[in-house]
Design a protein around this ligand. Structure first.
Ligand code: WT7
Length: 659
């Protein structure tokens, strides 16, 4: 590989598919594609695989295996995710196209071409290599939404290393737990970031976390806010003081398609977060395919996925998907309402955003702010709208359609998970529109074998609620839980051997449309963010005043769900409003603001079964103020009466404070 203007095109590099061709099939074509993917997977995937660069090829595209996840994709094929996302475009006219328009919350702007991205990625990769990062090493990334965050992902996979991004909204304990589980050697962070007119002091949180993370050798720092931060000699370095001054080229490390590209922690049903591990080749194929099939991006598009890079949506549809398609995206650092509630609509107008991909929670909060904010902006550049992360209620869907899409833009409601890598169920509105139904994610993409079944795995009748299952492997499927093969098997594959179990309720209506109906386990979706009730309980019990607690998700008109905590205190502690605030603050500083209980009330006993299992279902009935469900297994009715009284008392108190 040479320096100069870019890489020499390696032998065998095919000119990437022309982006202008329509990639999204019509509804009749869709049926044929679905059949093809089922009957001849090799033939279905081959042309899509050929659109990407592989350094060496050996073996079949898919090989079934007896153990979870029941198959391997592209084993023996080597490639590099960064090469496909960035270098591949440098030898084409797309070299000079904008990869990212970026805007900071204070209003600073950057436009980064594919070539500039290539330069920046190489510069950071050279720096990381110099700090000792090699193949298979883990790099924890804790950054605000600045271009360097995307560069950090790409530089890591360029070296064959594995990134573990931790959402910038997580606090010290959550960060430390994730660093320790992955045993990262390097942490990439910044002095801070801007959010809602304030600065978030990321480095200070990193310093707290690193007091308990023995694996970390170095901390690489980007400057964003300019705030003074203490440096630890021998550990912390400013990027600008160690990065090479001139252009450098770091050859991409060719890795097997089954080599892990990243770990992303997500909540399960216990307190310990799960590190979902994604592959290189299968993940890449899935992102290339789904970005094409669902968003069908063209040269004239400006794509805006509003997710933070700290979640899988950011990984897949801010970073990898659009880059693998050679698309142009917008990235915005800050809060939607800073400095005013029309910030997003201003951004869409200014950059001519054509595809907007966001969450139901965001839509519902905009509804609350009033129609005048989007109403006063020119949103005519929009052609397609997307929704992700939680069920979208018809009211939000209709408002999105009318006030943002102005009834001209199809809406794709996309269902997927951290574990699935990319979208599995969604409308494909390309040249011939899938007839949409407000609130339905429509159909599985070709290549996704979904079904809705009962507890025994038997298909349920149309219109009946059941459990969603995916009955065969797909390329984007996660390949493990970091360091915990037993949990991987038991959580996802033991329930229905041979299938993948996502733990979501769903139904199919008479027309075959899928309706996703929320989690089937003890996982909350708070503003689209995933949090286990047990994770919050584990944090609460770390406070000296707490003897035991039970957390449940209560439905919320904007955030979908919010946590409510029911707490038993240790002897010697009084249930005061002050202590309540102290416990909420404890959650904020250990886990992060998204986890703070909306309400917290005190009881002396929790409703339990005779085998001492907390009956969260009944506590949910209490806080939703609805009739109680089946109480026959409850050991002691008075515990429930007490919870009801304590919760009602808290509501009266809140009302008094409001007045
Ligand atoms: C859970 C996964 C999807 C990437 C971001 C969230 C819920 C996700 C939808 C949707 C209804 C949805 C499910 C799923 N979910 N998309 N379109 N309709 N529910 O990823 O944090 O791993 O959460 O989000 O319950 O299991 P995640």
């Amino acid at each position: 590989m040479s320096g100069g203007d870019g890489p020499d095109a390696p032998a065998g590099l095919k000119e990437a598919l022309p982006i202008s061709a329509h990639h999204s099939p019509g509804i009749t074509e869709l049926g044929a594609l679905r059949r093809r993917a089922r009957e001849d997977p090799e033939g279905f995937w081959r042309p899509l695989v050929e659109g990407l660069y592989w350094h060496e090829r050996a073996g079949p595209i898919f090989a079934p295996r007896p153990d979870p996840p029941y198959g391997q994709w592209l084993k023996g094929w080597t490639t590099n995710l960064c090469y496909n996302a960035v270098d591949r475009w440098i030898a084409t006219p797309r070299r000079n196209q904008v990869a990212f328009y970026w805007e900071g919350e204070p209003g600073d702007r950057r436009a980064i071409s594919y070539f500039e991205l290539y330069r920046e990625v190489n510069r950071l990769a050279a720096t990381m290599r110099q700090l000792g990062v090699g193949v298979g090493d883990r790099v924890s990334i804790y950054l605000p939404m600045i271009p360097e965050a995307i560069v950090a992902l790409l530089a890591t996979v360029r070296l064959g290393a594995i990134h573990s991004v931790v959402f910038g909204g997580f606090a010290a304990q959550a960060l430390a737990d994730r660093i320790n589980d992955s045993r990262s050697r390097l942490v990439v962070t910044a002095d801070g970031g801007f959010r809602a007119g304030r600065t978030v002091e990321l480095k200070r949180i990193v310093d707290q976390a690193l007091a308990q993370t023995p694996s970390v050798e170095r901390v690489l720092l980007f400057r964003r806010t300019g705030a003074p931060v203490p440096l630890e000699e021998g550990r912390d370095v400013w990027y600008d003081s160690v990065a090479p001054a001139g252009p450098v080229v770091v050859p991409p490390v060719w890795v097997d398609a089954t080599h892990p590209s990243f770990i992303l922690y997500t909540s399960g049903t216990t307190g310990k977060p799960k590190g979902a591990v994604h592959s290189t080749g299968g993940y890449m194929l899935w992102l290339d395919y789904t970005t094409r099939a669902v968003f069908d991006l063209h040269e004239r598009d400006v794509f805006w996925c509003t997710a933070d890079l700290g979640w899988v949506t950011g990984h897949s549809y801010v970073a990898y998907g659009p880059l693998l398609r050679g698309a142009t995206s917008l990235v915005y650092e800050g809060a939607p309402t800073t400095p005013a509630p029309d910030r997003w609509w201003k951004l869409i107008e200014h950059y001519g955003v054509s595809v907007l991909y966001t969450s139901p929670t965001a839509i519902r909060s905009f509804i609350q702010l009033g129609d005048a904010w989007p109403g006063s902006h020119d949103l005519s550049s929009l052609r397609l709208l997307g929704s992700v992360g939680e069920p979208i209620n018809p009211e939000a869907w209709l408002w999105y359609d009318e006030r943002i899409g102005r009834k001209r833009c199809p809406i794709v409601d996309t269902w997927w998970q951290t574990e699935t890598g990319g979208i599995l169920i969604s409308a494909q509105p390309g040249n011939a529109v899938t007839p949409l139904k407000p609130g339905s994610a429509c159909f599985p993409l070709p290549g996704v074998d979904a079904a809705v079944v009962d507890e025994h795995g038997r298909p349920v009748a149309p219109g009946q609620k059941g459990l969603l299952v995916i009955r065969r492997p797909w390329p984007g499927q996660f390949i493990g839980l970091w360091g915990d093969p037993e949990r991987y098997r038991s959580v996802y594959f033991d329930r229905f051997p041979g299938w993948y179990y996502p733990a979501d309720f769903a139904l199919q209506d008479r027309d075959g449309y899928y309706w996703l109906l929320g989690r089937a386990d003890e996982v909350m979706k708070i503003a689209g963010h995933r949090l286990a009730t047990a994770e919050l309980e584990d944090i609460l019990i770390m406070h000296p005043a707490v003897a035991e607690s039970a957390v449940i998700g209560r439905s919320d008109a904007i955030k979908g769900e919010v946590p409510v905590a029911c707490v038993i205190l240790r002897p010697g502690y009084a249930p005061t409003p002050k202590l309540r605030e102290e416990l909420r603050e404890h959650v904020r500083t250990s886990l992060g603001p998204i986890a703070v209980p909306a309400q917290l009330y005190f009881v002396a006993r929790l409703p339990k079964t005779r085998s001492a299992k907390i009956m969260r279902r009944l506590l949910r009935d209490v806080v939703e103020e609805r009739p109680l469900g089946d109480t026959t297994t409850l050991e002691d009715d008075t515990s429930l009466e007490e919870a009801r009284r304590a919760y009602a008392e808290l509501q009266r108190e809140i009302d008094r404070e409001r007045r």
